[in-house]
Design a protein around this ligand. Structure first.
Ligand code: DC
Length: 222
């Protein structure tokens, strides 16, 4: 039996870490759909295409091939045959992803890829519109969130640990801007699905959040 779990929520809620841990425990694959929007954003950045110009971005989609591959190291994202997983996590790529994700043509361009993975694999898929649009029939839907300040602090600690030099205030401002973009766009805005379980993990660490997610999944699928 194939089980699909949708985890949506704002940037920095810890979706990827928590989903990865829960997927490993349950033996499901973990699908990070943000990487797809980041790959499209990266293409635009690398080719001098303004990421908020819907016509130019839509026009370049015919030149883009995005693929996801799954290995023991987890998901890898390929852009026109090149593994770009290491280049999609910068603040510039984050904002580019948020901009291109508001463009309807980009969302439909990436839709089938996401649907087909879920059709063929038990997975935990994270994003912004997985429970509402991509997998409306998912067996389990979770909306993971925390306050902007807590999410910005987590993101800041992560970037500092990676050796990037950033200011907390800039990380917080960028996150608030992305929250606004992601939840106010016309198509597939970030919002909890009606039948989702809302989990505020502001007071939970990674392990506690993953345990709670696994409990929710087990309660739902029995
Ligand atoms: O999850 P993330 O931070 O890697 O996502 C990057 C951007 O992509 C985010 O700002 C919004 C967009 N996104 C989306 O619109 N829909 C998804 N399912 C996943 C991400």
């Amino acid at each position: 039996m194939i089980v699909n779990v949708a985890i949506d929520g704002p940037a920095g809620a810890g979706k990827s870490s928590v989903a990865k841990a829960a997927a490993a425990k349950l033996g499901y694959i973990y699908v990070d759909t943000g990487a797809l929007y980041r790959a499209v954003g990266l293409y635009a950045l690398n080719n001098g295409i303004p990421t908020d110009d819907a016509a130019s971005v839509s026009g370049c989609l015919k030149d883009i091939k995005v693929e996801l591959k799954f290995s023991d190291e987890g998901q890898q994202v390929y852009l026109n045959g090149e593994n770009v997983s290491a280049f999609i996590r910068t603040p510039e790529a984050s904002m580019a992803a948020s901009n291109v994700s508001a463009i309807p043509a980009v969302r439909s361009f990436l839709f089938d890829l996401q649907r087909n993975i879920a059709k063929e694999n038990s997975c935990i898929m994270d994003g912004r519109d997985i429970g509402t649009v991509v997998l409306p029939d998912a067996a389990v839907k979770i909306f993971l969130t925390a306050s902007p300040e807590i999410r910005a602090k987590r993101r800041y600690d992560e970037l500092i640990a990676k050796g990037q030099s950033v200011e907390y205030k800039d990380v917080l401002d960028e996150l608030i801007q992305r929250d606004y973009n992601d939840s106010h766009r016309q198509v597939a805005p970030l919002k909890p699905a009606q039948d989702s379980v809302i989990l505020d993990n502001g007071e939970l660490n990674l392990e506690e959040s993953a345990d709670r997610i696994i409990e929710i999944i087990e309660e739902k699928i029995g």
